[in-house]
Write a new protein. Structure first.
Length: 153
């Protein structure tokens, strides 16, 4: 390479490195912070035909669509909601509730069972797996316990 060409490339590479480091900095003052609303603890149980719904995903969406809290049911159908951090609950208000169970099973850690003929079937009606089709709403109170029962029909 010629000396003229090297004298041009080095400053360009140096400038690129500075832009990359400054542009990717986490202390960027132009970064927008989302408002965080006060949360309250929310736990509950999901049942279908009187039996607990295991390994389900539970999501609460505020009626204005601005807040989504989520949780996962255990073998007994019990869940705890998280909005901004693990198990922090969700802000008080009225929520549409979505519950989904994939039907996929793990035969050993990291290994999924093969898909059966006709695909995986959800053990609960699929209308609950979408905010547009679910008919479940729940009220989260600002005070007192929020131990909810979600009964799927």
């Amino acid at each position: 390479m010629s000396i003229l060409r090297l004298s041009f490339v080095r400053p360009v590479v140096g400038l690129f490195a500075v832009v990359l480091v400054v542009g990717c900095s986490s202390s960027n003052p132009t970064q927008v912070q989302m408002p965080v609303e006060k949360t309250v603890p929310v736990t509950g149980i999901v049942k279908y035909q009187g039996k607990p719904v295991a390994d389900g995903v539970v999501r609460f969406q505020s009626l204005d669509g601005k807040i989504i809290a989520h949780g996962k049911t255990d073998a007994a159908g019990i869940f705890s909601l998280s909005t901004y951090s693990n198990n922090d609950g969700c802000p008080p208000g009225t929520y549409k509730v979505m519950v989904a169970v994939s039907g996929v099973t793990e035969v050993e850690p990291g290994v999924l069972a093969p898909e059966p003929p006709g695909g995986f079937k959800s053990p609960i009606p699929t209308k609950y797996a979408n905010f547009a089709t679910t008919d479940i709403t729940q009220q989260v109170k600002a005070e007192g316990k929020n131990e909810l029962l979600i009964e799927l029909k």
